[in-house]
Design a protein around this ligand. Sequence first.
Ligand code: E4P
Length: 214
Amino acid sequence: MKFFIDTANIEEIKEAHSMGMVDGVTTNPSLIAREGRDFEEIIREICGIVDGPISAEVIALDTDGMIAEARDLATIHDNIVVKIPMTVDGLKAVRTLAEEGIRTNVTLIFSPLQALMAAKAGAAYVSPFVGRLDDLSQDGMTLVEQVVDIFDNYGYETEVIVASVRNPVHVLESALIGAHIATIPFKVLGKLAAHPMTDKGIQSFLDDWNKRNH
Ligand code: E4P
């Protein structure tokens, strides 16, 4: 299973990368805005750190605008994947971009049929948002399960990026379902590594070591 990191913060990306946990990066306009720096500058810097798919999102909502932004973003680096929102205009953009060899990640997927349409249009990735569905008392992981099943049924090569991950259980369930990728916020990544029994075990080994007689 691939782990992407869901952040535009360079320090977080460097730290997670040094743990060997970063197969790719996803950003979105909110994450970029949080950094208070130039969009393109941040994306270039990320491409210099991580050798894997780096998602950068368009702002335009019309097909022509999305295509124009996508073409510009794709010139930044070969690893750029253009994030396109799941709309009819977005699907049209995905189709054109796929024909041009520009990879897309269709974002804001909240239903299995949206994911199917994105795959049919030629998306390289789809991003079902589990946490935001859970927030509405709908089961986000059921969506992931259905998308994975549909893609398996028809042999789509589109990869499923589990997005809007809020806790370690989201990552565990993604892995059990067989989702290709989870895009994980930095603070959740830390929680995956931690266990109180590990800390307790380390402490008791050290205590015993310090009590030895020689
Ligand atoms: C996905 O690519 C998005 O950047 C992200 O996972 C959204 O997560 P949120 O619902 O926590 O904002």
